[in-house]
Design a protein around this ligand. Structure first.
Ligand code: FES
Length: 73
């Protein structure tokens, strides 16, 4: 989660691959930094099929984790 109660915007180019933190322990939100090791948490891998912007939930209220669904409003 972030302090702004707003989504993280992640800009990707086609074929970029990212790993989104699902455990909440990362110091590099919304991306995995390996802090899940030793726990049950695993990152979500995502590969862009085109140039795009992703909106990753930053407020913790989304019903469609890890994606923003507008619930922060
Ligand atoms: S640090 Fe959270 S899933 Fe890797």
């Amino acid at each position: 989660m972030n302090d702004n109660n707003a989504p993280y915007v992640v800009s990707l180019k086609k074929d970029d691959e990212i790993y989104i933190c699902q455990c909440g322990k990362t110091s590099n939100a919304p991306l995995c930094d390996g802090s899940h090791k030793g726990s049950e948490g695993r990152p979500l891998g995502y590969q862009a099929t085109k140039d795009e912007e992703l909106y990753v939930c930053g407020c913790g209220k989304s019903a469609n984790m890890p994606w923003c669904d507008g619930s922060h409003k």
